[in-house]
Design a protein around this ligand. Structure first.
Ligand code: NAD
Ligand code: ZN
Length: 261
């Protein structure tokens, strides 16, 4: 992309942000690639060794060997070491400026909260890798605790209260979406006046309905993503650029316009 086009589009987005009252930010794996967590669709990396589609909820429950592999996958990305990047910090700044209604994320990495967004403004549609739960009694452990068990040689953790099956608190393929989060995300999407998509291919449903609900309810849509998405035609601005560089630039312009730059 030409520098001129980048400048033009980032300032248009900044203008939309300044004019909006309720902003919903919708994020996908692309906002976290600059933190070193690869997305699904880029070639190579972790997803060639582990395919999460192999760990459907039904297979996880029904097959102890699938669970053994799923717990190896649990350790395959050093989740506790990853840090937020410029894009996450820019989204947190939007909250600091009082512009953000909420972040709806498909990500399971917890980086929005680490960047400074308040946890009650982050809706995690696909759960989180930061916790492990017992599927029977719902006891919850932190990832660090269970990493300790695995370090001690446990291969397939079982609940120490009820003996139930334990699972990372993420939503697997074949598992139903979290009811409360999905309801709240829909409601907030329908109420916002600006929806900003950052780093999502917008092909994973039902998550990708959220920006559609926003548009249907009259909100403006902005898409910041490397690649084209099926919703590009609905957007007021589509910026095919890196999330970090784009969001940093946009926030600078927003703050300058508000006299806070
Ligand atoms: P996706 O992999 O389908 O798409 C990511 C999109 O981000 C792509 O269209 C790509 O062009 C774009 N992208 C990549 N790096 C970018 C960058 N630096 N700047 C701008 N755009 C960039 O991701 P998705 O739509 O979120 O759906 C995949 C599913 O995978 C989600 O449901 C999510 O739960 C899961 N997932 C999560 C993580 C995470 O938590 N970080 C990582 C991988 C996958
Ligand atoms: Zn239990």
């Amino acid at each position: 992309m030409q520098k001129k086009e980048f400048e033009q589009k980032t300032s248009e987005i900044a203008e939309l942000i300044r004019g909006a009252r309720r902003i919903v930010v919708f994020t996908g794996a692309g906002i976290s690639t600059e933190s070193g967590i690869p997305d699904f669709r880029s070639p190579g990396g972790i997803w060639t060794k582990f395919d999460p589609r192999e760990f459907t909820y039904q297979r996880f429950i029904g097959d102890v060997e699938v669970r053994r592999r799923a717990w190896q996958f649990f350790r395959a990305i050093p989740w506790t070491d990853v840090q937020p990047n410029r894009a996450h910090y820019a989204v947190a700044e939007l909250e600091g400026l009082g512009r953000l209604d909420c972040v709806i994320t498909q990500n399971i990495d917890g980086l929005h909260q680490m960047a400074g967004n308040s946890p009650d403004r982050v809706i995690e549609l696909h759960g989180t890798t930061r916790y492990v739960i017992c599927l029977d009694c719902r006891k919850r452990w932190t990832r660090e605790e269970i990493e300790g068990w695995l370090d001690d040689g446990v291969e397939i953790p079982m609940c120490d209260v009820c003996g139930g099956i334990m699972k990372s608190a993420t939503i697997s393929f074949g598992q139903s979406m979290p009811v409360e989060e999905t309801r709240e995300a829909e409601e907030r999407s329908r109420r916002c006046d600006l929806c900003i998509v950052i780093g999502s291919s917008l092909v994973v449903y039902p998550a990708a309905y959220m920006p559609i609900y926003a548009v249907q309810s009259g909100a403006k849509l902005v898409i910041i993503n490397h690649d084209p998405t099926p919703l590009d035609t609905e957007a007021s601005v589509v910026l095919n650029a890196g999330a970090g560089e784009a969001m940093e630039r946009i926030l600078k312009q927003v703050k300058a316009g508000l006299g806070k730059g």
